[in-house]
Design a binder for this molecule. Sequence first.
Ligand code: NJP
Length: 223
Amino acid sequence: MAKTLVITGASSGIGAATAKAAAEAGWNVALLARSADKLEALAGEIGDAALAHPCDVTKRDEVTEALKRTAAHFGGIDAVFANAGTGVSKPGIGNGDPDEWRAMIDVNIMAVLYAAHAAIPHLKKTKGHFVVTGSKAGRDTFKGSVYSATKWFVHGFGENLAEEMREFGGRATVIAPGMVDTAFFDEPKPTKIQAEDVANAVMFTLSQPETAAVREIYLMPND
Ligand code: NJP
């Protein structure tokens, strides 16, 4: 039976590229993001192996429900890719906007926690895999960056989750890219990492034998 991957932030960039790569590799994919039109278009492109679940991942009930519906539709969940994330328009701490931080923390931190909490009962059944998008900014110091600090959280959480999941044969992986050419930036970045490159890293992680737990993939541009 085909395995099933749930992807948050599937409407564009890394999430959409991963949905295509996973479907190509024979996985079913459940697509979560707020943009229903984009999810429907992507699901239409992929076909029966895709299910669109428009939702706001900062709403815990919506995430829990999307995972339940995915498991009912495809017969289980083998992996969750918590990838939705956002930045801020006002950089720095002194000049930053605390309301903007709150909204970002809801997506970059709380939504990851909600996804993990909702996923564990499903992943216990399949000895499954939780993959989360961290960042180079979650490994290094970036002057005044609250975004970077949210990704430091993701890296710490990913390791702690991996230790907990290990108890039932599950695995957790942080994907840590440098700059990726996505809608995250207003300008195209053709010489930076491509969304498909990150998708390849996710698929590498998900295709390892049970004996190998890839805890982190650190992927940098090569320009
Ligand atoms: O960016 P983008 P990426 N509920 O803007 C979704 C990290 N990263 O692919 O809701 C549900 O194309 C949004 O969907 P929508 C980054 O921090 C990036 O680059 O329809 N979904 C969209 O699908 C993030 O964690 C770079 O607007 C929500 C997706 O998130 C991940 O990569 C470098 C949502 C964002 O897609 C994917 O970002 C790096 C919500 N409340 C890490 N809010 C980079 N691009 O350079 C947002 O190290 N989304």
